[in-house]
Design a binder for this molecule. Structure first.
Ligand SMILES: NC(=O)c1ccc[n+]([C@@H]2O[C@H](COP(=O)([O-])OP(=O)(O)OC[C@H]3O[C@@H](n4cnc5c(N)ncnc54)[C@H](OP(=O)(O)O)[C@@H]3O)[C@@H](O)[C@H]2O)c1
Length: 314
């Protein structure tokens, strides 16, 4: 799937439409508005051309402002960047899908989207409250809409021409299969947590067979410590090949055939995380043999996002 050894400009064709997704994506899950602006600008300047957003992150406006300013300053055309955003769980009802899509475009200051994802397969009670809870603090799910109902509206957005590709996020192979089978427009991308501790091999094999791009989030293990960045296999390979642990982890992700999302928050880290090239085969194989298994984000089980807090080691 990936032929070049320099991943900085590698793009993968999507299964519908004419779009190609840059394998190196910048993720905008950044709680602070000012940091969102500077990190997005730094990522664009470092060379990232793929930006992953979400209604849920509540910062589409800041991302839109930073992109608009960055494109103008750098003489970069809208067509030269790839923008994704995601439909939140409270907007799964068919009549809410198009308004949510339009609102995201408006906040992002763009007039078409390269990729729209259903953020999670879980529908929440519709409304303005993104995280509806009952009096016991339990999530209020919406049982009156199916994932396929929502997918049908996503397909209509593609028909409308301002949404170039559609896909799913935080989904298991088990939940993906019936949507894949029933879809008139097949998912082009599936975004899930994936890294050496959670390789999602079965899902990746299915995606490769069907021409779906697996877009890996948390490829650095979300920077959690202790964690992947400090894994002895990764740090030893980094010294051996003259790269940083982050560069090793990101290269491994691309080399096994996924696209990825990473969230550097400084200009130096943006340049570091963009400067990715292939690992020697023995290093790649050694990482693939890591046996530790760990899911870091529980969203796939509940629809409620959040990295699972880790015990701080002494
Ligand atoms: N679909 C979903 O439900 C979902 C869930 C989670 C994420 N995502 C998407 O995936 C994107 C990426 O996820 P992620 O934040 O977990 O990605 P990540 O790149 O694995 O982790 C980011 C963390 O790693 C640290 N980091 C970044 N570059 C580094 C480097 N060169 N060396 C050492 N540490 C480094 C950063 O720490 P500092 O803060 O110290 O810079 C940051 O906190 C998100 O922004 C979002 O777009 C989607």
């Amino acid at each position: 799937m990936i032929e070049s050894s320099d991943f900085r400009s590698t793009k993968v064709p999507l299964s519908h439409g004419a779009g190609r997704i840059p394998v190196l994506g910048f993720g905008t899950l950044i709680p602070d508005a000012a940091v969102t602006r500077t990190a997005t600008k730094d990522a664009l300047e470092a060379g990232f051309r793929h930006f992953d957003c979400a209604e849920r992150y509540q910062n589409e406006r800041e991302v839109g402002e930073a992109l608009q300013a960055g494109l103008a300053a750098g003489g970069i055309a809208r067509e030269d960047i790839f923008v994704t955003t995601k439909l939140w769980n409270t907007n799964h009802r068919p009549e809410r899908v198009e308004p949510a899509f339009e609102a995201s475009l408006d906040r992002l200051r763009i007039d078409y989207l390269d990729l729209y994802l259903i953020h999670t397969p879980f529908a929440f009670q519709p409304g303005e409250e993104q995280d509806p809870r009952d009096q016991d603090g339990k999530v209020i799910y919406d049982r009156d809409v199916t994932l396929l109902d929502t997918w049908r509206m996503m397909e209509r957005l593609v028909d409308g021409g301002r949404c170039r590709a559609i896909g799913l996020s935080d989904i298991t192979l088990e939940k993906l299969l019936p949507i894949y089978e029933a879809a008139r427009i097949k998912p082009a991308v599936v975004q899930v947590e994936s890294h050496p501790y959670l390789p999602e091999t079965e899902l990746l094999e299915f995606c490769k067979e069907k021409g779906i791009v697996l877009l890996a989030f948390a490829p650095l293990g979300h920077g959690m410590k202790p964690g992947l960045i400090e894994d002895p296999v990764i740090t030893a390979i980094a010294s051996r090949v003259g790269k940083t642990p982050a560069q090793v982890l990101l290269a491994w992700a691309v080399q096994r055939g996924t696209a990825l999302l990473t969230t550097p928050k400084s200009a130096d880290r943006a340049r570091e995380n963009f400067n990715i090239s292939a690992l020697p085969d023995d290093a790649f194989d050694e990482i693939s043999r890591i046996q530790t298994r760990q899911r870091l984000n529980d969203v796939v089980n509940t629809g409620s996002p959040g990295f699972i807090p880790r015990a701080i080691s002494a």
